[in-house]
Structures are given as C-alpha cells and as structure tokens.
Design a protein around this ligand. Structure first.
Ligand SMILES: *[C@@H]1O[C@H](CO)[C@@H](O)[C@H](O)[C@H]1NC(C)=O
Ligand SMILES: *[C@@H]1O[C@H](CO)[C@@H](O)[C@H](O)[C@H]1NC(C)=O
Ligand SMILES: *[C@@H]1O[C@H](CO)[C@@H](O)[C@H](O)[C@H]1NC(C)=O
Length: 383
C-alpha cells in the first residue's frame, strides 16, 4: 500500500518536473498518455473505432452536411414571373410576360430519352399533346450504367396510339463498356437524340423541349411559348419537385428542363444549365414516381448515381415500400444544399401533402388508374 502510493506519487512528480518546463513534445505526450487511467483508455479504444466506422458508413452524410463549407452555390437564376389563368387571352398573357403575340404558333418538338417510365410518359404526352407537333423518343438497350435493358417503349407502343402519326422513335444499341463513368453513356445517348431530331424534321426557330420524361412542363406554359414572339432563345423551366408521387411536394428547385428556339448547328440536346433565365412555376418534376417496387429497384441500379447504393439492403422491396410511405430518402442521403439554413430546413422526411390542385389534367381525369400518384395512396400494388 505504502509502496503503491509512493510510486504513483513519484511518477506524478516526474511528469510535473518534465512537463511543467515545456520540454520536448515526445516526452510531453508520454506524460499525457501516462496520466490517462484505464477507464479513459477503454473509452478511447471503443469510441475511436466506432467514430471511424460511423464516418465510414455515413461518409456521404458527413460530406453533404459540410457541403456549405466546401462548395459555394451556383449563380442564382434570373427568375421570370409566369402569369396564367384559363380565362386570360393569349394576347394578354404574352403582354404580361413582356412579349408580343404571333399570328401562328411555332412548331413544337418534345424530345425525351426513355428509360422505363411508361406511366409518366403517358401523363406527359397527354398533357402536352394539344401543343406538340412532333414527339421524339429515343431508347437504348443499355442503361447509363451499362446494364442491358429491353426496349421497354417498343413493348408498350400500343399504349401510345394517340401520338402515332406524330412520333419519331429511335432505338440505339448500347456500347456496354465495363467500369466506365455513366455520364459517358448518357452523353452518347444525348448525341443520338440530336440526330433523331434532324430525322424528325426540326427547323430553325421551332420550339424544342429538352427534359427528362418525369419533368413535365404544363401544357399552358408550352402553349404560351409557342404563341408569343420575342421569347428568349433558351429558357429553363422551374418545376415543382415531387418525390414518389404528387403526395410528397419537396420544393420549387427543379430547373433542368428547358425550352429552346432551335438553331441548326448550335442547339444541343443536354440536361445541364444553358442560360440564366428561369420561367417560374412551369410544371412538375416527379422523381421515382413508379407504380411497382421492381421499377424502383431497376431505376436505382440504372441511373447515373448508382454508386449511391452503398448497401444491398437498399434494394430490399420491404424497405423501399417503407421509405416511400415515410417520404424518406431511398439512398439514406442528406439533401444537396449549399447553405446550412436550407440543408437543416430540408433534413428529415418530406411531409405528406393533401393537395391535388394544379396537377396534370390527364392524371386527375384518370385518378382510378393513377391512385398511387395521388395523396393518401403510398402503398404500391403487389407485382
Ligand atoms: C371564363 O370565360 C367563359 C367564357 O367567356 C365564361 O363562361 C366563364 O364564366 C369564365 N370563367 C371564369 C372563372 O371567369
Ligand atoms: C442492342 O441493340 C442493338 C440494336 O438494336 C443490337 O444490335 C444489339 O444486339 C443489342 N444488344 C443486346 C445486348 O441486346
Ligand atoms: C421557391 O421556394 C423558395 C424557398 O421555399 C422561395 O423562397 C422562393 O420564393 C420560391 N420561388 C418561386 C419563384 O416560387
């Protein structure tokens, strides 16, 4: 007992002697380490590996959470106010936007790269049908991630009889390069759309809608743009973002869809930012709005961010169903935001909405067929 007391006192003294005088770092560290008791050691040994594992498992979350520190927001868009009411004449609508009205409307081309969104395509084409002169659809038997897929549109062609006379349909053989960045295959397919547009007979000053199948411009917006003169050569469309169905309204931040006054040799079919102008409240972007769970799985594996499937259980149908009904994230990720205020504001699940006002007309007119896209029906049908 006495001996123990003595020796511990001795080592304390040693440390005070050496450490107190601000000696070499090595010795000082040894003193600190010696000062820690067993309990602290155990805690460190448990906490450090857990912390490391935590960061490893949630690497994406950690980096996204810190995003406002390492990335500054893109230049803000110049948002153009958008005016619409059924009973306002086209001439007056154009004037409200600062444009003149034309004697005849421009021709309108709607071009999409099709993956597997059969139902969304139907809602899209029904919404746009009264205003579109030529529909252009390209599908490949390769997903962006290089997986083989059937020509799904081809199989469902009979559902689209109503556009048959106005459809230019193209099929593209995939390149199936292993381990390649998915954005390369995507770019390859987009160039093929450019070629298909020429086949469809697009001419200068025709209106071209560039957007993914699930980015649906409202019909009245397209009508406005085809009838008004002096509209900008390239205009992005601000769409309302929804997830899984029109029950989960996320935000108004969708901007990738765009409308172009076509210029031979200049206009390219892309999905990135091509101008600073954004027309407000111009339609709907419903991501992952599928009828069947199997389609969720397919899309998760096929699209350009399939690296987000960090764990196989992400593809488990029961989990996917639960995530949908909670309005949670399929990849368990944080929102991509550039300020802490927005990031924290958007963390957590998307609240259920009870509004089905201002949705595509075809959807409401066929509500029985599209229950799963409307409020109160998050449970998907069995396969
Ligand atoms: C819209 O115009 C029509 C015909 O001019 C008229 O019958 C109708 O009452 C108007 N609706 C509204 C909401 O003003
Ligand atoms: C993909 O489609 C092209 C063109 O139709 C065809 O030649 C090719 O064999 C298909 N590839 C696969 C793997 O099905
Ligand atoms: C879009 O939403 C943001 C954040 O909720 C809001 O500040 C902004 O005014 C909205 N923009 C338009 C054009 O509705």
């Amino acid at each position: 007992m006495v001996l123990g007391d003595y020796s511990s006192k001795k080592s304390d003294d040693f440390c005070e002697d050496v450490c107190g005088q601000g000696s070499r770092v090595g010795t000082r560290l040894r003193c600190i380490i010696r000062g820690l008791d067993v309990k602290t050691w155990m805690t460190l040994l448990v906490v450090l590996p857990l912390l490391t594992l935590g960061i490893y498992l949630h690497y994406q979350k950690v980096t996204y959470f810190l995003r406002p520190l390492w990335e500054s927001p893109p230049k803000p868009f110049n948002v153009l106010p958008h005016y619409y009411q059924e009973n306002v004449s086209m001439e007056h609508q154009c004037r409200l936007h600062g444009w003149g009205v034309r004697e005849t409307p421009r021709r309108v081309f709607d071009a999409v790269l099709f993956n597997n969104e059969v139902e969304m395509l139907k809602i899209r084409w029904r919404e746009l049908s009264p205003y579109v002169d030529e529909f252009v659809l390209l599908e490949s038997n390769s997903t962006f991630t290089g997986l083989i897929k059937p020509f799904i549109f081809q199989r469902n062609k009979d559902k689209f009889e109503f556009v048959k006379s106005r459809l230019t349909y193209g099929r593209l053989g995939g390149r199936f390069r292993k381990g390649e960045n998915p954005f390369v295959e995507e770019a390859y397919q987009r160039v093929a759309v450019d070629r298909l547009l020429k086949v469809a007979g697009i001419k200068d000053d025709d209106l071209l809608i560039m957007s993914d199948v699930d980015e649906i411009p409202s019909g009245h917006t397209v009508d406005l743009l085809r009838w008004c003169d002096d509209i900008p050569p390239v205009l992005h469309l601000q769409l309302r973002n929804y997830l899984y169905s029109y029950e989960f309204y996320q935000d108004n931040g969708s901007w990738r869809a765009s409308v172009h006054r076509y210029q031979q040799g200049k206009t390219r079919y892309t999905h990135y930012r091509q101008s600073d102008l954004l027309l407000a409240d111009s339609g709907w972007h419903c991501s992952f709005c599928f009828r069947r769970i199997s389609e969720f799985v397919f899309k998760m594996r096929a699209y350009s961010h399939s690296d987000r499937i960090r764990f196989l259980h992400f593809l488990n149908p029961k989990r996917i169903q639960d995530v949908i009904c909670q309005g949670a994230d399929l990849f368990d990720m944080l929102p991509e935001e550039y300020t802490f205020r927005e990031l924290i504001g958007k963390m957590g699940n998307i609240p259920h909405s009870h509004s089905a006002v201002h949705l595509p007309a075809y959807l409401l007119n066929h509500a029985d067929e599209y229950k799963y896209l409307l409020p109160g029906n998050c449970v998907r049908e069995s396969e």
